[in-house]
Design a protein around this ligand. Sequence first.
Ligand code: MLT
Length: 400
Amino acid sequence: MPKLNENYQNVKDSYLFAEIARRVSVYEKEHPDKAANIIRLGIGDVTRPLTKSAIEGLHEAVESQAAAETFQGYGPEQGYAFVRKAVSDYYAKQGVQVDPEDIFISDGAKSDTGNITELFAKENVILVPDPVYPVYVDTNTMDGKQILYMDGTEENQFLPMPDDSVKADIIYLCSPNNPTGACYNKEQLKAWVEYALKNEAVILFDSAYEAFVSEPELPRSIYAVEGAEKCAIEFCSLSKTAGFTGTRFSYTVVPKELVFSASDGSTMSLRDMWNRRQSTKFNGTPYIIQYAAARVLTDQGMEECMQNISYYMENARMIAETLRKKNISFTGGVNSPYIWFRCPDGMESWEFFDYLLENAQIVGTPGAGFGVNGKNHFRLTSFGTHEKTKEAMERFKQLF
Ligand code: MLT
């Protein structure tokens, strides 16, 4: 009989967004007359179609697969050099230098933030903020690692800062944050880098929402902070930036400077380990997707993405305005597609989820799904259409 990884008994029965989908589907079955009326502002899934550059890139790549001279079979597991260069150039436009050799192309920041845990032994102490994107917690729980939490609260604007009395080996940071929309400034990130360097810790920095940062003084990459290449791995994706939630393309930066001692006194490079892991367990992102991604990362491609981002940020503005009118305190909505607010009338977040679904047919995300500090908070996304977001806000105003 196989011995099972019993750590799986310690993760929640289902993933947050699967549970939301389940509850919505039950509601639809029980209220078939209202099913068509449901407005989904829960999971952060985009609604704008792919941009012109992405579509042209996809078409060209498909055509090139039809000719023997240009056909591509297995590609390099790390990603084609042309797209790693495109990512490096994209960073350079933000004033950040990233060596293409340190860039690994993948199918999603979710996969990579989850898989990276394999590089670290079970004995590591993991530090995550609460509220938190559930993937960081679930994957470390599946590994049986010890997790410490740092509180994100209204008092610290949901931006927990390092505490010297806490000794962590691996720290997860996400900025702009999912779910709170809060964004670290450069001084705050500098404090995290200093903590990591002092404690020989590694920061796993999720910058999946960097393209939504509109205030130029806010860093979009941890590498905007000096010394971060000695302590941080960064995960980024085109899911929200370019509407690739269904198309799938991400990149992870593992700097060559990340070299640590092994227990036998030798040294090990995280970049080499990740390369080794990927070349055994991953055959690369599809060629046609990498080709289209390189198009997206050009100036023209990004200009088109920014038009979609402005569209979503107009939705964020509508949601924020509604909450302001109702005197409901919130974070996010600026530099972030998410709006995180306190549930009205002292409601608990799953209670509010049901209340909103039943009375206004609006689906959001209960804060409790992101940790105990979210139990009285709720997240709405701005990734809907203008029409649906406007309608949802009309219903919200009437309800409260
Ligand atoms: C979310 O809604 O938090 C995200 O869409 C989930 C994800 O990016 O995996």
